[in-house]
Design a protein around this ligand. Structure first.
Ligand code: FE2
Length: 282
């Protein structure tokens, strides 16, 4: 295997600080834990709550995750057959298995070293694996974490969009904290597209609409995510605001007052209320 991050240098830390999507090269393609067979075996090992299935072909804006959810029965064999069964599979939170937790840590520790970041600041580390059929679509959504989407097999086009305005962002963020998993009902405006193939990937910033369209081949990919002080505070404030909104009050938006935001983040930490909703497409 080549070096994990052949194209990353200290300039990458600036892309993360400014939440700028960027394509990179990585050395995970061909890793022995990331073959189709090993991904199928891992799916057989994980609890049902960590598995998700959908039809491969669907609109970019597919609506709520529940509307397109499919059975995860016999998922191991269905992953082995993914070239032909027009399916889209997600293995969530693969870091709960020790050998994959070690891989997630290696990916992020090496990334931190290559980019000059302190690895201790890359917290709430998570890993996700994906297997999908030719022409499969990862529906448009946003995540609250910093995400590194790394292509292992097949070629895909990763699209980036933007919220129409702050009002739309506030509305979608509130929906996220009420169970939308960040998914859109209408396709966001496209602002950039990146083609990713084995050995390349993209940094996907938090709160950035994105979607992925497979080419004519099966796709295997891994996404590793983390939080840092930047998006952790924002997410804690958004979670706090969603709770306030449920009472019928209108909370002050994140960013209006740093002191108020710090107080809200502190309250949410005390309540230990931030949790990662299950089922978001990565
Ligand atoms: Fe995502």
């Amino acid at each position: 295997m080549t070096a994990l991050w052949p194209s990353i240098d200290p300039s990458f830390a600036r892309e993360i600080a400014t939440r700028t999507p960027v394509r990179f090269r990585h050395g995970l393609a061909g890793h022995p834990l990331l073959t189709l067979e090993e991904i199928a075996r891992l799916a057989e090992e994980l609890p049902p709550a960590s598995l998700s299935a959908e039809p491969a072909e669907k609109p970019i804006a597919a609506g709520d995750a529940a509307d397109v959810a499919a059975s995860t029965d016999d998922i191991g064999q269905r992953i082995r057959d993914v070239a032909a069964n027009r399916s889209w599979f997600t293995l969530l939170h693969v870091h709960q298995v020790a050998r994959y937790r070690a891989l997630v840590d290696q990916v992020l520790d090496d990334l931190a070293e290559a980019s000059g970041m302190d690895p201790k600041n890359l917290t709430r580390r998570m890993g996700f694996l994906f297997a999908s059929s030719p022409k499969g679509v990862t529906a448009a959504h946003f995540d609250i974490e910093h995400s590194f989407c790394m292509q292992l097999q097949g070629t895909r086009t990763l699209g980036f969009g933007r919220f129409a305005d702050e009002e739309e962002k506030a509305r979608e963020v509130e929906r996220y904290w009420n169970g939308s998993f960040g998914r859109f009902h209408e396709p966001p405006e496209t602002v950039a597209e990146h083609v990713i193939s084995p050995g390349t990937g993209c940094y996907i910033p938090p709160y950035t609409p994105h979607w992925i369209v497979n080419g004519e081949e099966t796709s295997l990919s891994m996404t590793v995510t983390f939080m840092n002080r930047d998006n952790e505070t924002e997410s804690l404030v958004q979670a706090f605001n969603a709770k306030i909104a449920r009472t019928g009050l209108t909370p002050h938006a994140f960013g209006d007052s740093p002191a108020r935001d710090r107080a809200k983040a502190g309250a949410m930490k005390a309540w230990a209320a931030v949790r990662r909703p299950r089922g978001a497409a990565r």
